[in-house]
Design a protein around this ligand. Structure first.
Ligand SMILES: Cc1cc2nc3c(=O)[nH]c(=O)nc-3n(C[C@H](O)[C@H](O)[C@H](O)COP(=O)(O)O)c2cc1C
Length: 177
């Protein structure tokens, strides 16, 4: 797919058809995303694909807002950062997550970023379990020294999202001589 089309086609998709997601498409997108840059080439980001639907759906409860869409997703990709490897691990992971979302578009798949970071499972309860530890409970394969930046919900879109809102160049783009 043309690069411009990939960028324009990427929209956060929160409703999926339920069609199973082919593991080879996930692998192709994940392999491309690994080419994302990292500070000092520390390569502190890891990706974990989850295709077991019980686990994908359980991830929908990682927060009590903004994560329920995982209940419909056909797969999830967990974006993990090694804070021992780089103080920039979050930025490195975010760059890879975005590259991954673009690579998924190229595979004909839709996705949505579900943030984990410093969130807790219950937004009004500062004592509630952290979303990071909730994800690690569902996926004990995650090494404890990795932190979860986000979970990318993946699937086939159930609708055609509207095009991106109009270009806001005058306020957001500056050109100086
Ligand atoms: C850092 C970040 C965190 C986000 N967290 C969530 C989230 O937890 N749940 C969700 O439904 N969407 C989340 N999104 C998706 C944004 O809501 C979405 O990108 C934004 O509304 C623009 O829409 P678009 O992606 O379709 O262009 C997140 C996006 C980013 C970049």
């Amino acid at each position: 797919m043309d690069f411009k089309d990939v960028v324009k086609k990427r929209r956060s998709t929160r409703r999926f058809t339920g069609k199973p997601v082919e593991i080879e498409k996930l692998r192709a997108a994940m392999e491309l995303a690994l080419l994302a840059p990292s500070s000092k080439n520390t390569r502190s980001t890891r990706l974990m694909a989850v295709t077991n639907l019980d686990k994908v759906h359980a991830l929908s409860r990682l927060r009590d807002f903004g994560s329920s869409l995982l209940d419909e997703a056909g797969a999830a990709i967990v974006v993990l950062g090694d804070s021992d490897a780089s103080p920039m691990w979050e930025i490195n992971a975010a760059i890879m997550a975005n590259t991954l979302q673009l690579a998924l578009v190229d595979q004909g798949l839709a996705s949505c970023w579900v943030h984990v970071g410093k969130y807790r499972t219950l937004q009004d309860d500062p004592e509630s379990q952290t979303s990071d530890s909730y994800v690690k409970e569902i996926l004990p394969e995650i090494p404890q020294h990795y932190s979860v930046l986000n979970v990318v919900a993946v699937g086939y879109a159930d609708y055609t999202p509207k095009p991106l809102p109009d270009y806001e160049g005058p306020e957001r783009l500056l050109f100086v001589e």
